[in-house]
Design a protein around this ligand. Structure first.
Ligand code: XLS
Ligand code: NI
Ligand code: NI
Length: 430
């Protein structure tokens, strides 16, 4: 049975002039941009949770999604049919997206192992690979006060046991990475919270995972995914800079990179570009959860990315770091509640892939042109002068600076040229 009969074989590239809503207009997988093909640059992944498991339920209403796949096996059949028809190379999942959580840890483990075997077959048949795996440490009521950050060590033990199975599953499926997203690792109120303790517990779970991964020979990249709030009032991995502080504090910098998500960046009051820049500057930019928020709703709507301005800025940072290694662009995005038909999933992903393909082309063109980078280089050129070098090397003291100010004229102000640069970017987008 075909779950996505609207596409017979594959979504095809038909070019800019195509009016076929089930074709790519910009994503041409084998087209070369710079030294690599689009598919090599973009490394698209489909996420299992939103795409195949989201029901459309919201705090005000019941499920809306029409989903002909019901059992875990049917769901996986639908998923791999979708991956193949869309032509993505990767997927991502939480343990209990693919398997039903049982009444006991033992039963859950059995259910998961069974579905991992099925996924192994599906991957072998289709060539689709696992970008990253993760564990759902937030859904079960036992985690209401956090998983690793729970005041009860018994809950920590259950969480660690669950991560063990999820790491085993990720290893078996040849996963390139494993993600820790805070989930409920934060607080609802400080009145009942020992923050210092909870942060140390969180770090302990990460250290356990590092040790366990090593012991089973899992060499995939571990990531932490920042998010400021929701479901908790404050998450300990609130943004890229907070994560860096946390990783440095607990000696974890060499073991984890960041998986950055656009909607989480904006909830934190930052642009995605800011978060990417922070991570890249620290050498820990790992992977991207490609989505976007709603400008007017203050929660994590996880919408599909359609803005070429956004995708351009993301791809500028990715190209600047030399491209993804283990990471990729995971559509951690869900169709709207009213988009309840399976075909809406196709429209959503095709749109996101096209927006990123165009963003890649624009970012590449901006870099080839060189004016933007040259502007930044020239802006700081003074630091290569005698004065700049002496300040940085420590040769000049504060007193020497005072002497400088006494003997030199007022510095000349230089325009930041923000509008000129904004126009420059638009020159490539329009
Ligand atoms: C939720 C997170 C989640 C992680 C995986 O807001 O984005 O989907 O990516 O647990
Ligand atoms: Ni995410
Ligand atoms: Ni999100």
């Amino acid at each position: 049975m075909a779950y996505f009969p609207e596409v017979v074989d594959r979504v095809r590239f038909e070019g800019r002039s195509s009016r076929n809503p089930l074709a790519f207009r910009f994503y041409d997988p084998d087209k070369r941009v710079g030294g690599k093909t689009m598919r090599e640059h973009l490394r698209f992944a489909v996420c299992y949770w939103h795409t195949f498991k989201a029901t459309g339920m919201d705090p005000f209403g019941q499920p809306t999604m029409d989903r002909p796949w019901k059992t875990p096996r049917e769901t996986m059949d639908a998923a791999f049919e979708f991956f193949q028809k869309l032509g993505v190379d990767f997927w991502c999942f939480h343990d209990f997206d693919i398997a039903t959580e049982g009444d006991s840890y033992a039963q859950s483990g059995k259910n998961l192992a069974e579905m991992v075997s099925y996924a192994e077959e599906k991957q072998a048949q289709t060539g689709v690979r696992l970008l990253w795996g993760t564990a759902n440490l937030f859904g079960n009521p036992r985690y209401q006060a956090g998983a690793s950050t729970n005041p009860d060590p018994a809950v920590f033990a259950y969480a660690a046991a669950q991560v063990k199975n999820a790491l085993d599953a990720t290893k078996r499926l040849g996963g390139l990475g494993y993600v820790f997203w805070g989930g409920r690792e934060g607080y609802d109120t400080l009145l009942n919270t020992d923050m210092a303790r909870e942060r140390a517990q969180f770090a302990k779970l990460l250290w356990m995972a590092i040790d366990y991964a090593k012991s089973i020979g899992f060499s995939g990249q571990l990531y932490i995914e920042p998010k400021p709030k929701e479901p908790t009032t404050h998450q300990y991995d609130s943004n890229a800079e907070a994560c860096l502080n946390f990783l440095r504090e607990f000696g974890l910098m060499d073991h984890l990179k960041l998986n950055l998500e656009t909607n989480h960046a904006t909830l934190a009051g930052h642009s995605m570009l800011h978060e990417l820049r922070v991570a890249r500057a620290a050498g820990v930019l790992g992977s991207v959860d490609a989505n976007t928020g709603d400008e007017l709703i203050g929660w994590d709507t996880d919408q599909f990315p359609t803005s070429v301005y956004l995708t351009t800025s993301i791809m500028l940072e990715i190209l600047e770091m030399g491209g993804f290694t283990t990471g990729g662009l995971n559509f951690d995005a869900k169709v709207r509640r009213q988009s309840h038909e399976p075909v809406d999933l196709l429209y959503a992903h095709i749109g996101g892939m096209d927006a990123f393909a165009r963003g890649l082309e624009v970012a590449h063109a901006i870099r080839e042109d060189g004016r933007l980078a040259e502007h930044v280089r020239r802006r700081y050129e003074g630091w290569d002068s005698d004065l700049g070098r002496k300040i940085l090397s420590g040769e000049l003291s504060m007193k020497d600076c005072a002497n400088y100010a006494l003997t030199n004229p007022e510095p000349t102000r230089v325009s930041g040229r923000q509008e000129y640069l904004e126009n420059l970017v638009n020159e490539f987008i329009l």
